[in-house]
Design a protein around this ligand. Structure first.
Ligand SMILES: [Zn+2]
Length: 303
């Protein structure tokens, strides 16, 4: 099994050590810091009504979707959604996760060709976000074309709305909520592939996730990224020793954390206190979690 090669990354995702962007006025003691992914981009807080919108993308390298594959993947998305809702309920958080997908008389795939080497190859290219965005936008253009015209009236920025942005605007309108988690699925059934959440810390590019696995835990992990959660395991992108050390500590502190162990069964996992803060389930970070994230140098903002 190609198990060892499986990993999940967040592009341009800030190492734990550097993920707190310093903003706000200086206080006499510590400066206040905001985590770039928190309360930001399309998916702000994982509360209230949230739509998980799945788009199934066919491609030569990524494979094509059969109706059976789509159905079983949507089942996994629902398992992930139910698990997140039960975690929310156990912590007194009101959350209604709705799973929806691109339909045209039944759920149908769209087509957009992945670059050479598939998703993993694109991620290791010189400018991964550019090629990935182009791929995602092409898929979203087809989603967009299936919506009735009148649902596409709002855009998020005044000029140059991208296809992803238009799709999000139409979906927000249609479902009556701002919280739309856009997840593009690749049917990479036989190969080992990566899953990724893109632009989660960006203030200008629309965030989305690309998922190549059918495992509910991986799907839940990526959805949580869109709402601000950070990886709490060591990825191949962690080069700084300090970040590695801190993540090792995080994995010890949160032995059942879904952001640390996405390849375990969902039933054995939970959402830990640090992730709770990052996804908007907790106004303040616990002192231990703040120390873990900032090395005690700054004070994390309250939300
Ligand atoms: Zn991750």
């Amino acid at each position: 099994m190609a198990y060892r090669t499986l990993y999940i990354v967040v592009i341009a995702m800030l190492l734990l050590a550097s993920c707190a962007l310093l903003t706000g006025p200086r206080s006499p003691e510590k400066r206040e810091a905001h985590v770039a992914t928190v309360d930001n981009n399309v998916c702000k807080r994982l509360r209230g009504k949230v739509v998980i919108y799945g788009v199934f993308v066919d491609s030569k390298i990524g494979g094509v979707w059969s109706t059976h594959d789509i159905r079983s993947t949507l089942d996994s998305v629902r398992v992930a959604a139910d698990w997140i809702m039960s975690q929310a309920q156990s912590k007194g958080i009101e959350l209604d996760l709705v799973v929806a997908s691109h339909e045209k008389g039944g759920v149908v795939p769209v087509r957009s060709e992945l670059g050479r080497g598939g998703l993993s190859g694109m991620l290791s290219s010189v400018s991964p976000a550019v090629s990935l965005d182009r791929w995602a936008d092409k898929a979203c253009r087809q989603v967009q074309s299936s919506f009735p015209r009148d649902t596409a009236r709002i855009t998020l920025t005044k000029h140059g709305a991208k296809d992803r942005e238009r799709s999000i605007a139409a979906l927000r309108d249609r479902h009556g909520t701002d919280n739309v988690a856009l997840v593009l699925f690749i049917n990479n059934y036989y190969g080992s592939e990566t899953s990724v959440a893109v632009h989660t810390g960006s203030t200008s590019s629309i965030e989305y996730a690309v998922v190549a696995f059918k495992r509910p835990a991986v799907i839940a992990h990526e959805i949580l990224h869109l709402f601000g959660a950070l990886d709490l395991y060591i990825t191949p992108y962690d080069s700084k020793k300090e970040a590695e050390k801190r993540k090792r500590f995080a994995m010890e502190r949160f032995p059942k954390e879904v952001m640390a162990f996405p390849f375990r069964g969902l039933d054995s996992l939970e959402i830990g206190t640090l992730t709770e803060y990052l996804i908007g389930w907790r106004r303040e970070a616990l002192p231990e979690d703040e120390a873990l994230l900032t090395a005690g140098k700054v004070r994390l903002a309250k939300y």
